[in-house]
Write a protein that binds this ligand. Structure first.
Ligand code: 4AD
Ligand code: MG
Length: 477
């Protein structure tokens, strides 16, 4: 007999005489009703037991978390809350779960507690929904690029270059800790880290993606990236996944169109394919809202928010316009910005970004043409000589979701910029080669995958949208 999934059974129209199913017990009530889940859907299937038919010692082993194997008949349910249920004919415990010590009880656990049990937290409705959505989103991302003629390329994880020039890298060392090479002054010679080179974990696959864009035309990477920033915010991880398309012969306006079209596609995709999970998370947020004062409640439900983003244009605003708006605004009657915007040229803080998207425009915003001195070395300098063709996409409730730009394609300008920032040409000779041989306008962006998952699921902490979060306090798994 073929083992079926709960998802398959719940969508059955017909009664089936013989079904076979395996999963984990969520609850067992009245020595009669097992709620069984196998991860295929947020819903459980009810398995009804005639307890007189089964041995008491066996029934005692039906505890929350136990893995079981059930066969029986799928019949129309007599009870409320489900259309079908299984009348159990045979029952086998595959793996016991000690109710005294099993951490995931059938009650509400705090997210902090569940983070400490990251290996078991997908056995809850919330985390299973989040992780199924994460999976669907990954697939939708590959689908979008595949449908649009992009090649998927794998960029290196271990690299010698600092793509963002921000110095936030984890060093990779192959040195023998007991016998490291030493410099003349006795300090460890880290320049020997990786068989004679200094190397680190990549902060972005962009520079390598540029090399492929300049031959294959349209490429993207989707892989892990690492930032050694010691930030303990709800939006930063030390290890996160980034989607980075890179396209030859595309300027900044094309980059904005691509990012907007792409994001709308993946949002529509989950709305169509993961509705049950979204509905569950939506209800969770609405229940949470009911406990909050009116002013703090969400203006839209989760589904409304996702539909709003797919149905409306992202607002495009230059940095200079944004600064004017911020200078003339107060976040609310009582408070000023913690970091007031006094002059043109300062970087925006998250309070400013949030004000722009949540209070002023109330929709996703693409900010572009930033001051050159607050952005990375590779961005295309504008004719004004002081701004670059950068774009950040800001989302309500999230802040910066995307960072991208048109790249500097002129060899002389790029060289000058690198010299001004003390970036050695020897490190990036291959990057400069792209400007020597067949250079062309090209652009791309990076989307922080976990921030997208946060937006889609309504989860408020980035640690709760990645299976095993890496943060300064959290890396034990
Ligand atoms: O703005 P960033 O640093 O841009 C780049 O790395 C470019 N090289 C991308 C490109 O043009 N190909 O990072 C891009 C995005 C951010 O907008 C944010 O969503 C996410 O990556 N991000 C993080 N997400 C989680 N934790 C962190 N520490 C992150 N740092 C950046
Ligand atoms: Mg950025």
């Amino acid at each position: 007999m073929k083992t079926r999934t709960v998802s398959e059974l719940l969508s059955q129209e017909n009664v089936l005489t013989e079904v076979d199913i395996k999963g984990w017990v969520r609850t067992f009530r009245a020595n009669r009703f097992i709620a069984l889940n196998d991860g295929s859907t947020i819903n459980n299937i009810q398995c009804v037991i005639d307890f007189e038919k089964f041995d008491d010692t066996l029934l005692k082993r039906i505890t929350t978390g136990a893995a079981i194997h059930v066969t029986g008949a799928l019949v129309e349910s007599q009870g409320k809350g489900q259309s079908v249920e299984i009348q159990v004919e045979s029952l086998e415990v595959l793996g016991d779960s000690d109710p005294e010590t099993y951490p995931i009880q059938p009650k509400k656990h705090s997210f902090e507690f569940l983070r400490e049990n990251a290996h078991l937290r997908t056995r809850t409705n919330t985390f299973s929904a989040v992780m199924r959505l994460r999976s669907t989103l990954s697939f939708a991302i590959h689908k979008y690029f595949n449908d649009h003629g992009f090649y998927y390329m794998h960029t290196p994880i271990i690299t010698g270059s600092d793509a963002e020039g921000a110095g936030e890298m984890f060093r990779v060392s192959a040195l023998d800790p007991k016998n490291p090479p030493l410099k003349e002054d006795g300090d460890i010679d880290y320049s020997q880290d990786f068989f004679g080179k200094e190397t680190n974990l990549t902060v972005s696959g962009q520079l390598e993606a540029e090399t492929y864009a300049m031959s294959l035309g349209k490429v993207y990477t989707f892989g892990p990236t690492f930032r050694a920033e010691n930030s303990n915010t709800s939006r930063h991880l030390a290890e996160f996944w980034m989607i980075e398309p890179e396209v030859a012969f595309m300027d900044l306006a094309g980059n904005m169109d691509l990012a907007e079209d792409f994001m709308k596609f993946v949002l529509k995709y989950v709305l169509e394919h993961n509705r049950e999970d979204l509905n569950f998370l939506d209800k969770r947020l609405q229940d949470e809202d009911k406990l909050k004062p009116q002013a703090e409640r969400n203006e839209m439900t989760l589904i409304e928010k996702l539909n709003f983003v797919t149905d409306n244009h992202f607002k495009r605003v230059s940095y200079t316009e944004a600064i004017d708006i911020l200078r003339n605004s107060k976040p609310n009657k009582k408070k000023k910005f913690k970091y007031p915007i006094n002059e043109w040229g300062t970087d925006l803080q998250s309070e400013h970004e949030r004000y722009l998207v949540e209070k002023h425009f109330k929709c996703p915003v693409i900010l572009f043409d930033y001051p050159a001195n607050i952005k990375a070395f590779y961005m295309r300098l504008n004719d004004d000589g002081k701004t670059v063709r950068a774009m950040d996409i800001l989302f309500p409730g999230i802040g910066e979701m995307v960072g991208g730009s048109q790249r500097e394609e002129r060899l002389d300008v790029l060289r000058e910029k690198m010299a001004a920032l003390n970036i050695p040409e020897e490190e990036l000779w291959w990057y400069l080669d792209l400007r020597k041989y067949g250079s062309a306008v090209h652009s791309g962006f990076g989307l922080g995958f976990e921030r997208l998952v946060m937006f889609v699921t309504g989860m408020s902490n980035i640690r709760d949208v990645i299976p095993f979060p890496r943060t300064p306090q959290n890396a034990e798994f």
